[in-house]
Write a protein that binds this ligand. Structure first.
Ligand SMILES: *[C@@H]1O[C@H](CO)[C@@H](O)[C@H](O)[C@H]1NC(C)=O
Ligand SMILES: *[C@@H]1O[C@H](CO)[C@@H](O)[C@H](O)[C@H]1NC(C)=O
Ligand SMILES: *[C@@H]1O[C@H](CO)[C@@H](O)[C@H](O)[C@H]1NC(C)=O
Ligand SMILES: *[C@@H]1O[C@H](CO)[C@@H](O)[C@H](O)[C@H]1NC(C)=O
Ligand SMILES: *[C@@H]1O[C@H](CO)[C@@H](O)[C@H](O)[C@H]1NC(C)=O
Length: 297
């Protein structure tokens, strides 16, 4: 019975964080941390995670509380009070192990200055990130969505100019908090290196005699004008014996084929940067295209 009550109290005292606390302090393991109570009150009392018992390694003096030799049990929510009036709250954590990157990967679907990043982290943690924009200004903190240790967030740089050459990389600063520790990580990159276009759209196939006429449109998210934001297209068609053949075209949104293709799909790439190919469009069945043509007549 006693053990059970103890367990419940323990669980209740360490609430998992659901958002970044307004004030938090990052201390070194075994280092001293000074927590300040932002008040004009002369005498304050302190609680840690709601617990009023002052721990031996806490030294209260005036409006400050010094934590001597920070360890994991000493982390958490420090609040200062004047009687029953809450004056101030600071969340204290230890700086986490210096992670060799959290496998951050970012992707942009075009040159509009918006992109999406994802990374891994401890399951119980929360993350936020903010961007140093192309004009050097600092963006707002963006809270990350997390699920089973994978985190992600979307960013937009309103100062990003799609027509200018990127001279400075963007910098993304990520920070994470678990109940006891703080993680901190930065990456730099150029948008041109993370662009992966969406697939081309509206691929249509028409059989005209012995020839196939293919037409399509650029991805809706790709910027205009076409003369400036060119795309290289890769068509892939499958022959009756299962062999797949690639054909590359640039500067046009249609092409002709002699081959007896069964089905066709398309993807695209920015020919002037070095980024990834878009995902494939769905396969277009050539025989189905032919039939619908016959029915139309
Ligand atoms: C201290 O409190 C005042 C008034 O509430 C506030 O304006 C100020 O930003 C606070 N300072 C810190 C360091 O939190
Ligand atoms: C810290 O404790 C104070 C006082 O009990 C409470 O108002 C605040 O929400 C707590 N903060 C966090 C991050 O748990
Ligand atoms: C990093 O993430 C990518 C996908 O986002 C995954 O394929 C890769 O295995 C990850 N690497 C590590 C070391 O976690
Ligand atoms: C976060 O990391 C940067 C370096 O990447 C460092 O300069 C900064 O002090 C760190 N912030 C905290 C609160 O530890
Ligand atoms: C499939 O057909 C094409 C053209 O008809 C031919 O060039 C190719 O060698 C064939 N591949 C196989 C594996 O039979």
């Amino acid at each position: 019975m006693l053990v059970l009550v103890g367990l419940v109290l323990c669980l209740a005292s360490v609430d998992a964080l659901t958002a970044f606390p307004p004030k938090f302090l990052v201390g070194k393991l075994n280092g001293d941390v000074v927590v300040k109570c932002n008040t004009s009150e002369q005498r304050v009392t302190w609680t840690q995670n709601g617990d009023p018992e002052p721990m031996a390694e806490l030294v209260a003096k005036g409006q400050t509380l010094t934590i001597l030799g920070l360890d994991l049990p000493a982390t958490g929510n420090y609040s200062c009070w004047a009687g029953t009036v809450l004056l101030d709250t600071t969340y204290v954590v230890v700086s986490g192990p210096c992670e060799k990157g959290m496998n951050v990967s970012c992707q942009a679907e075009s040159y509009r200055g918006s992109f999406h990043c994802s990374w891994t982290g401890p399951r119980s943690s929360i993350f936020r990130a903010r961007l140093t924009r192309s004009d050097g200004s600092l963006g707002e903190w963006v809270p990350a969505a997390g699920h089973r240790g994978r985190f992600s967030a979307s960013f937009a740089d309103p100062s990003f100019c799609p027509f200018a050459e990127e001279l400075r990389p963007l910098q993304l600063h990520l920070e994470g908090l678990s109940d006891t520790s703080y993680l901190n990580f930065s990456i730099r990159f150029f948008v041109r290196d993370i662009v992966r276009p969406d697939p081309p759209q509206e691929l249509t196939v028409q059989r005209l005699g012995e020839q196939l006429h293919l037409a399509w449109a650029p991805p809706a998210s790709w910027p205009l004008p076409k003369s400036y934001f060119a795309l290289l297209y890769r068509l892939q068609y499958e022959l009756p014996n299962g062999t797949q053949v690639d054909k590359y075209v640039e500067g046009t949104e249609e092409t002709w084929m002699q081959e007896r293709a069964q089905r066709v799909r398309i993807s695209c790439q920015d020919p002037y940067a070095n980024p990834a190919w878009s995902p494939w469009s769905p396969w277009q069945d050539v025989s189905a295209a032919q039939q619908s043509q016959l029915r139309a007549r």
